[in-house]
Design a protein around this ligand. Structure first.
Ligand code: NAD
Length: 361
C-alpha cells in the first residue's frame, strides 16, 4: 500500500502534475490514497476542522485524470466547510473522491481499503455517501473505521441522506419562490430538473405534489426514460435543455453547470437545486446571474439537508428534529436573499459572508 500524505510529496512523486494553488489554498490536509492490491485511487481533502471534524461524502466518479479529481475534491471539501457553518452545525469541511466507475469498479475490498485510509486520519475526516455511493458501501467502509455515517438504518445509522437533501432543496425552492413572487405556491410552475439520481428523483416527488410541471434530463438515458414514465414527467434533450424557458431550473447532477455558455442561454427566474458547486467560477458567475436578474439560491445553503441528516446520526437526533432543522432552510434562504438585495451583492456572496462570520467568531 502506498500512502502519500502531503501535497509536496505528491508533487515530487509526480502524482499531480498541475496544481492550481488558488483551489487548494487553505486546506488543512490532503491525503492521496493508492492501494495497488485493490486498485484504489482516492483523494481525501480536509478543508477545515475549526467547527468540528470535516464531514463530507465520498464521490465515486470516472474522472478523466487525477487533476480533475483533485479539483473536484478540493472544491467540494471547501463547500462543506461553508455548508456546515451556515447551517449552524458543529462540523468542519471534508470530502473524498474515488477515481473509478461505480457501476463497474466498485468492490467490497475497494470500500474496505478506502475505510483504512479514512481511519488513518483519526477522526479528522468523517465519510458518507455522495454520487456513486450508497448506504451498503458505508456498511463495508464501517468494517475498517468508525468515522463513517449514512450507514443503513437497520445498523442504527441514518440511511441514505438523499431524501432529506431533496426535502431541504424543496424548502429552498419554496423560500426562493416566496422572495421572488411573494408567494410560495408552486402550482403550475415549470421546473427543469437536471440529473435524476437520488436527490433529483426525490425532489421530483415533492414538486409534483405541489402541482409543478416537471421537465428532466440525465446523461443516463435508460434511467431518464424510466423516471419519465414512472413519475409521469417530460424529457428535454441535452441539445435543447438550455434553449427552453422555465420558471425554475434545479441543477441536481454534477457541478459547474452555471458557466458562461449556459448562463448566456438560460431563460428562467430562479435557480435552486441540489448539486454541489453549481457556479463554475465563484465571484463571477454569481454576479453574472444577478445582472441577468436570475435569482440563484446558493447550493451549499439549500442542499444541506443531507448533512443535517448524517449529523443527526452522530447526535442521535430523532427524525422529527432532523426534519425541523431541515425546514429552517426556508427562512435562512429568505434572509440571505434579503441580505443580497439590501447590500446589492450576489446571493452567493451574501451566503458566503454569513458562513465566514461564524467561522471567524
Ligand atoms: P446520483 O449519482 O444519485 O445522481 C446524479 C445524477 O446526475 C445521475 O443520474 C447522473 O447520471 C446524472 N448526471 C451526471 N452528469 C450529468 C449531466 N451532465 N447532465 C445530466 N445528468 C447528469 O447523485 P446524487 O446523490 O443524487 O447527487 C446529485 C448532486 O447533489 C451531486 O452534485 C451531489 O454532490 C449533490 N448532493 C447530494 C447529496 C446527497 O444527499 N446525495 C447531498 C448534498 C449534495
Amino acid at each position: 500500500m502506498i500512502k502519500i500524505s502531503t501535497i509536496n510529496e505528491a508533487i515530487s512523486n509526480n502524482e499531480v502534475q498541475a496544481l492550481d494553488s488558488s483551489i487548494y489554498n487553505g486546506h488543512e490536509k490532503i491525503l492521496f490514497c493508492k492501494d495497488t492490491s485493490t486498485n484504489l485511487k482516492a483523494i481525501i481533502a480536509v478543508h477545515s476542522t475549526k467547527l468540528g471534524p470535516g464531514l463530507g461524502g465520498c464521490r465515486m466518479w470516472d474522472y478523466k485524470n487525477q487533476n480533475e479529481a483533485l479539483n473536484d475534491v478540493l472544491r467540494l471539501s471547501r463547500g462543506m466547510t461553508y455548508k456546515a457553518s451556515i447551517t449552524g452545525l458543529n462540523l468542519g469541511g471534508g470530502k473524498a473522491v474515488i477515481i473509478g466507475d461505480s457501476k463497474k469498479d466498485k468492490t467490497k475490498k475497494l470500500m474496505e481499503s478506502f475505510g483504512e485510509f479514512v481511519e488513518s486520519l483519526g477522526g479528522k475526516y468523517i465519510t458518507a455517501e455522495d454520487v456513486g455511493m450508497n448506504p451498503a458501501d458505508m456498511k463495508d467502509i464501517r468494517t475498517k473505521t468508525s468515522h463513517v455515517v449514512g450507514t443503513p438504518k437497520e445498523m442504527g445509522g441514518s440511511g441514505d441522506p438523499s431524501i432529506v437533501t431533496a426535502y431541504g432543496v424543496y424548502m429552498g425552492i419554496k423560500g426562493s419562490a416566496k422572495f421572488r413572487w411573494g408567494n410560495d405556491n408552486l402550482q403550475n410552475k415549470k421546473v427543469f430538473v437536471q440529473g435524476v439520481g437520488k436527490v433529483g428523483g426525490f425532489l421530483i416527488d415533492y414538486l409534483k405534489k405541489d402541482g409543478c410541471e416537471i421537465i428532466i434530463n440525465d446523461i443516463d438515458i435508460e434511467k431518464m426514460s424510466e423516471i419519465a414514465s414512472n413519475k409521469n414527467v417530460n424529457i428535454v434533450t441535452e441539445n435543447e435543455m438550455f434553449n427552453k424557458s422555465y420558471d425554475i431550473y434545479a441543477p441536481c447532477a454534477l457541478g459547474a453547470t452555471l458557466n458562461d455558455e449556459n448562463i448566456e442561454a438560460l431563460k428562467c427566474e430562479i435557480i435552486a437545486g441540489g448539486a454541489n458547486n453549481q457556479l463554475e467560477k465563484e465571484g463571477f458567475h454569481d454576479v453574472l446571474l444577478k445582472k441577468k436578474n436570475i435569482l440563484y439560491a446558493p447550493d451549499f445553503l439549500i442542499n444541506a439537508g443531507g448533512l443535517i441528516n448524517v449529523y443527526s446520526e452522530l447526535k442521535k437526533w430523532d427524525n422529527e428534529k432532523t426534519l425541523r432543522m431541515t425546514e429552517n432552510i426556508y427562512d435562512t434562504t429568505i434572509s440571505i436573499l434579503k441580505r443580497s438585495e439590501e447590500e446589492d451583492i450576489s446571493t452567493h456572496k451574501a451566503a458566503l459572508s454569513i458562513a465566514k462570520e461564524r467561522l471567524n467568531k
